[in-house]
Structures are given as C-alpha cells and as structure tokens.
Design a binder for this molecule. Structure first.
Ligand code: HEM
Length: 395
C-alpha cells in the first residue's frame, strides 16, 4: 500500500490510513521519504525503549540546516547516551516539578489576561488570540525575558519555528537568519547576566545546575533555551486546538466535562492520545532489527508514528472512541524513555488550566466555520485557525 503523510487527505484525517497501515503494512518503506514507518504501538514502544538500536540522529540540526542559530553543539533531541544522559540530567534541573508547580498562579494569570478580550466578543480565532500566544508568553516568563522584550521574543519564537520548515525564499531566509542572530545575542547576554545575578527563572536554574561537579557550558544553555521555543510552542498550541476541536466534534463528551470539572486532567490525556499534537518522531537504526511487524536493516531512517500507536486497537480498547473519562496512562504522545518530553509537566499545566478557563470562564462556544484546515506538516497536527462563536447572549 501507499502512504504519503503529506497528502492533503492524510493531513485532513490520518487515522483511517494509520488503521490500514497497522493491519496491512505495520513496518513499511516510504520511497519518497527514503525512510521506514512504524505504526503499531508495540513496535513504536520497543523503538522508544531501545535507544541503543533506534538511535537519535541529526534530525533537528538537519531541519534547521544553515538557519541553525547554535550550530556548535548538538540538540538534545539529536543526542545519544552517554552525551544525552549527561546533558539531560543537567537540563532536568531547570524543569523540576517544584519549579513547574510554582508557575501555576502565573500561568493562570496569563490565561485570564488572554481570555478577557475574547470573552466579550461574539467571534474569535482561538489559535491567533489564545492557544498561539499562551505558550510563548509562558516560556518567555519562565526564561526570565523582560516584559518589554516580549514582542521581540514572539518574533524570534515564530522565526525559529519557520526555520524548521525549511523556507526556500532567499529573502525570507536572510530575514530569519538576522532575526535568529538577534535571539542568540539576547540569550548570550542573559546567560552572562544570570551568572552574577541569578533569579528564579529557568536560565538561572540551568546556569547553576551541577551534577558531579559537571556544569552546562554557555553554548549548551543557549541551545537548550532555543530548543524550548522549537519544542514547546507549536506543540502546546496544537494540544489546545486539538482539544477544543475534538470536544466540538463530540458534544456528548463536551457535556460530560462541563458537568464535572474534575475530568479536565483526564480530558487532556485523552486528547493527547486521540489527536496527538506530535504525530511523528525520527530515529535511525544502529543495527538490524526484527519487530512485531517486520524487519529493518541497520543504518536506516525510521518514522515512529506516535499518532498511530496511540490509536492501536491492540493497546487501547475502542481506540477511535473519544472518551473524556478514559484517562490513558500509556499513550506515547510525549514519547517515552530517555528522550521523554522535558516539558510534559509544563504542557499539562498549561493544557489543564487553559481548557478549564475556556470551558468554565467563557460563554458556551461553537465552531464558526464549516471546514477547519489542518497544518500541512508531517510532524505536528493541529488546526491552522479555529474560529469560535461565543453564545454571549446565553452567558
Ligand atoms: C503538548 C505539548 C507537547 C508535546 C505533545 C511534546 C512532545 C514531545 C515528544 C514526542 C518528545 C520526544 C521526542 C523524541 O523522543 O525524539 C519531546 C521531547 C522534548 N520536549 Fe516536548 N512536547 C510538548 C511540549 C513541550 C514543552 C512545553 C516543552 C518545553 C518548554 C518541551 C520540550 C521538550 C524537549 C526539550 C524535548 C527533548 C528531550 C530530550 O531529547 O531528552 N516540550 N516532546
């Protein structure tokens, strides 16, 4: 069978294609991508648990190409043990559960700031007014970006995401390169400053992080800070967009959450499973490997189809049923194992608080368009825009 993750039909709704893949070709060679794809949960799970066989490679560096603002060091996502183990131990110190918990009141305040203008309007695009800005503002605050530099920061963070989509227009590339040079200078100065006057932000935590007398270099901190923009913004935006869209398509499940606020954390887990914001991650085989669904030789690129694994009927009963009370603990939307998402606690904190605010502090809403276009991407899944109509009269 043929499978093109970039075809408009697959982008619109990949799930029927995934079902066919899992049943007919669970380990498939994709000629146009020169790459294998794994679609079953058991195979994806094995790959995530076996970094010595399914190694990470230069995928992030390649995606950024010559727009990479920190080419001197590898990205944590691309690293393998023992280098990854060392860097991850130190990076974890910037993302301790304690630090994330202390953010909750600020995250709630930012959510209220963003929701205030929406509440009064009869129609509003969720992505440009709420789910897009929220993670960028939260990360800016976490990193300790001064409020007066927030607009620059927004431009930088949009530009780094644009850089990963390999723009071909030379004028645009020059613009992005200049912008990211500015981002680099800004972070370098910030890191230098935090060495002498630390605050309670992530950069200060990374500057001070120490493990067996080992510390992070300035360039390593710089690369981590930039990666947080790449890895944390569009993903969280899509979690929120996917949650709202999926709820609107399942009014009976929406009603269940509206009737019981304590379901919000389970709702977030079910959205992550049912409509995963990251659909695909990449690996390269370090040796020949035999999987449940077939064999792959050494030295090959492999797509792990997380969005398909999360719908595998061999793992989840009635996987195509969206059930806000399911609370799946074994989905792989954040990956698993050594590269498990560093920002997962933050994404959950933002997701839970943002959805609670939309469902309980806003008038009831419906979708203001017949057709919602999905982002054209192999990697991420989420609506490009999501115009909502608020029933202000019923509020
Ligand atoms: C719903 C939102 C998010 C989703 C679905 C998501 C998904 C993922 C996935 C699947 C991986 C594993 C990649 C791999 O194994 O190759 C990952 C890694 C990572 N994520 Fe997230 N992510 C989200 C939000 C965030 C946020 C908010 C941040 C930071 C602020 C973040 C930072 C990272 C970092 C730094 C890594 C690399 C970890 C490593 O290589 O050790 N992510 N994420």
């Amino acid at each position: 069978m043929d499978f093109n993750p970039l075809s408009p039909e697959v982008t619109a709704d990949p799930y029927p294609y995934y079902t066919e893949l899992r049943n007919k070709a669970p380990v498939i060679w994709l000629e146009p991508f020169q790459c294998w794809a794994l679609s079953r949960y058991a195979d994806v799970d094995l790959a995530l648990r076996s970094p010595q066989i399914f190694s990470s490679s230069v995928f992030t560096a390649e995606a950024l190409g010559d727009l990479n603002p920190v080419p001197e060091v590898p990205w944590i996502l691309d690293m393998n043990p023992p280098d990854h183990t060392r860097l991850r131990k130190l990076a974890n110190k910037g993302f301790t559960p304690r630090l994330i918990r202390t953010l909750e009141p600020r995250v709630q305040a930012i959510i209220q700031e963003l929701i205030e203008p929406i509440r009064g309007q009869s129609e509003s695009d969720l992505v440009s007014t709420f789910s897009g800005p929220l993670p960028t503002i939260v990360i800016a605050e976490m990193l300790g970006v001064e409020p007066e530099r927030r607009d620059d920061f927004k431009v930088w963070s949009d530009d780094i995401v644009r850089a990963t989509s390999r723009p071909t227009d030379e004028a645009e590339r020059i613009k992005i390169r200049e912008s990211l040079a500015g981002l680099r200078v800004y972070f370098e100065q910030m890191i230098e400053h935090r060495r002498t006057s630390p605050g309670d932000d992530v950069i200060s935590a990374l500057v001070q992080a120490e493990e067996e007398r080992d510390m992070l270099s300035a360039t390593e901190i710089l690369a981590l800070a930039v990666l947080l923009l790449v890895a944390g913004n569009e993903t969280t935006t899509n979690l929120l967009g996917n949650a709202v869209l999926t709820l609107l398509n399942h009014p009976e499940e929406l009603a269940k959450v509206r009737a019981d606020r304590s379901l919000v954390p389970a709702l977030v887990e079910e959205v992550l499973r049912y409509n995963s914001p990251v659909q695909v991650i990449f690996r390269r085989t370090a040796q020949d490997v035999e999987l449940e669904g077939g064999k792959i030789p050494a030295g090959q690129n492999v797509f792990l189809l997380l969005g398909s694994a999360n719908r595998d009927e061999r793992q989840f009963p009635e996987p195509d049923r969206f059930d806000v009370a399911r609370n799946p603990q074994d989905h792989v939307a954040f990956g698993y194992g050594i590269h498990y998402c560093l920002g997962a606690p933050l994404a959950r904190l933002e997701g839970q608080n943002a959805l609670a605010a939309l469902l309980f502090d806003c008038p009831p809403f419906s979708c203001a368009t017949e057709r919602v276009e999905q982002i054209a991407s192999i990697i991420v899944r989420g609506p490009q825009t999501l115009p909502l109509r608020f029933d202000t009269a019923g509020a």
